[in-house]
Design a protein around this ligand. Structure first.
Ligand code: HEC
Length: 425
């Protein structure tokens, strides 16, 4: 044992933090879902050696909350990927004390990941018709693929799983249904490019896949309608890794005979009047909607592109109190997803839903795709911007669905919310 080894052993003795006893349980519950052989992350963290040689880096990325990737700072969501302060401190003390192994016999067994569909035998499997070639180099690609699948009656979807053919290059994937026939028309044999939206309306998402996520499931009494004559359209975000790769992703759907007992409705907050001057650091986009009926908020889905920095969604209740529906202090387009509340949020009639997104179009924003910064307007390309906060609600009294629908229609007719530039160059 060299001097560092002796020092390490000494410090481990002082702090008592070891891989076997303290670190492995954290990595196995929070990291190896992605950091494992064949996983989406660039290296594995399943063995002592894997972790020990990166101990300092593990401490840094967890202290900065860069890993595990999880954007909202509040509120509580189901399936949150967040370390506790105690876990972060354990990783930091382990690195500082020389990353001792401890007693290998004490190391828990790493979790086993099933290769099959996680929810059992699917009712329908659809896959891309031909493998997509992902080049070695170049920008990220967003490609839409209509998936061949037999027409059928209208069906109710209770769950959805997506299996990336090549997890090294598939960053995330979303499934839509197209009832307009557009996707097949735009298909050039290998899908068609689609950065922001899949290019047809309505583009109702059925669910998605992000690395490490559990399969998407609807609330038991509110399955999603899949139109009998709809085409399933898969939007895949590819990330080149320095080597040419191919991908053939498949999706699995699970149906139910249970008709919905309540409807989940999308309250879209946002704006398409976005015009951000080059260099503006604090450009705000706001919108609001007053709920005409009492609802439970089930999930929330924020969307913007690269120069959005911070996202706020909140509710102002009739008594004037405020509830944060989502706060993302550092937006990262690469890790977008839908968030489901740990418990549905009840909001009484008369509650005002508010959104405020802040954009940084300065050169100081490392994610700015334009160097030097250029004026950025609303649009679907990666160099354009968008602002959308989709609040998924269900009326507490099912008879209220029509009233909410009318009111949402009214909002749409009045046009989307305003974008206000409040200086800050
Ligand atoms: C949802 C998947 C996922 C989870 C969970 C996850 N990671 Fe990662 N991690 C990635 C991906 C993908 C990358 C490479 C791309 C990037 O850096 O964003 C990465 C990169 C890293 C890096 C390299 C960062 C750098 O700057 O080079 C470290 C260190 C790391 N992860 C540690 C962890 C630790 C520790 C945990 C658990 C506490 C964890 N990760 C959980 C997906 C994940």
């Amino acid at each position: 044992m060299g001097l560092w080894g002796l020092l390490a052993a000494f410090f481990a003795g002082q702090t008592g933090v070891t891989f076997s006893h303290d670190v492995a349980p954290i990595l196995y519950s929070q990291c190896v879902v992605c950091h494992r052989p064949g996983g989406v992350a660039p290296f594995s963290l399943t063995t002592y050696q894997d972790a020990a040689k990166r101990a300092a880096l593990l401490a840094t990325v967890t202290t900065k909350r860069y890993m595990p990737p999880w954007l909202p700072s509040e509120p509580e969501f189901a399936h949150a990927r967040r370390l506790t302060a105690a876990q972060i401190s354990t990783l930091a003390r382990w690195a500082a004390s020389g990353a001792a192994e401890g007693n290998p016999a004490e190391t828990p067994a790493p979790p086993v990941f099933r290769d099959g569909w996680q929810l059992g035998k699917p009712d329908l499997i659809a896959r891309m018709r031909t493998a997509f070639a992902v080049p070695a180099e170049g920008p990220d690609l967003y490609q839409c693929f209509p998936l061949p699948s037999p027409a059928g009656p209208n069906r109710w979807v209770r769950a959805l799983d997506i299996r990336p053919g090549n997890p090294k290059v598939v960053h995330h994937a979303l499934l839509f249904q197209d009832i307009t026939g557009t996707a097949w028309k735009r298909n050039n044999g290998a899908g068609y490019p689609c950065f922001g939206t899949p290019g047809f309306l309505p583009a109702r998402g059925l669910g998605g896949w992000t690395p490490g996520a559990i399969p998407f499931q609807t609330p038991a009494d509110a399955p999603e309608l899949l139109h009998g004559n709809a085409t399933l359209v898969l939007q895949v975000h590819y990330h080149p890794i320095g080597r040419a790769e191919t991908d053939l992703t498949s999706v699995a759907l699970y149906f139910t005979d249970q008709k919905p007992r309540r409807t989940i409705m999308d309250v879209p907050l946002g704006s398409n009047r976005i015009d951000i001057p080059a260099g503006a650091r604090d450009y705000k986009v706001t919108d609001h909607f007053t709920l005409p009926v009492t609802v439970d908020v089930i999930a929330i889905n924020p969307h913007a592109h690269y120069i959005c920095r911070e996202m706020y969604g909140y509710a102002v209740l009739p008594d004037g109190s405020r509830r944060i529906l989502i706060h993302i202090p550092h937006w990262d387009f690469d890790w977008q997803q839908q968030y489901t509340y740990a418990t549905p949020v009840r909001l009484p009639e008369g509650t005002r839903l508010e959104m405020e997104f802040t954009y940084d179009n300065s050169a100081a924003n490392l994610r700015n795709p334009n160097h030097p910064p250029r004026r950025v307007v609303w649009g679907p390309a990666s160099t354009d911007e968008m602002a959308g906060l989709h609040v998924e609600v269900t009326p507490v009294d099912p008879d209220d669905a029509d009233e909410l629908d009318q009111s949402l229609w009214g909002k749409m007719m009045r046009g989307l919310g305003g974008a206000v530039y409040r200086g800050g160059r």
